[in-house]
Design a binder for this molecule. Sequence first.
Ligand code: AMP
Length: 227
Amino acid sequence: MRWRDESTIRIGRSIVSPTTLPAMPEPITAITVYCGSALGRQAGYEACAREVGRELARRGLTLVYGGGGIGLMGTVSRSAKDAGGTVVGIITEQFLKLEQGWQGCDELIVVPGMRERKALLESRAQAFLVLPGGIGTYEEFFETFVGLIIGRHPAPIGLLDVDGYFDPLCQLLDHAVEEGFARPAARSLVLRDTDAVRLIDRMMRLEENLPDPREMLPMHGDRERRG
Ligand code: AMP
């Protein structure tokens, strides 16, 4: 996802990002799913990934993901394809060489490294769905979340929770707000639900109601100590 209006303001040698411009999200036609390259301990994780694949296909939304054929990544992509959906995988040369790339993708894009991969995962979709996963999934979530806060993209982010998997992450985010290090408007953008259908519906609605990007900016220059 990119801003529909790519205009930037040049001040001297600096480019000012469009964070001060109104958000103009594009309609959602593709969703990037971040999830584990492992299956996790509980069967519920895999069931959730399967449902997401089916649901994206049912809605005619393209699944964009990391291109792997293993773990929840493999489950979500196979499920979307089996249900008649379109799947775009974005994988690094390293992972492809390890023969973990899924050849069943409609489009499998091979990139040199993780940075290129994450940039494409972000730019090829208009919304982000995070399923249970490990460190790689957390990294992708945080990078995309920060991208939303600083105005790099206006795409909604949803956490699809299974058996409280995201409790600790949400507590961490709430803690940052409570301690005055994150803005409530930014925090409110991370949607969380236990139901894939409901969560995607909420993301679709949020797309039309994103808060003013200025309310989400980090607290640079905020000299007030919050009590
Ligand atoms: P994790 O949540 O730690 O399992 O990490 C998920 C991330 O692991 C992905 O987004 C990738 O960065 C990486 N990864 C591991 N195996 C693969 C694979 N076969 N294909 C693509 N990415 C993979």
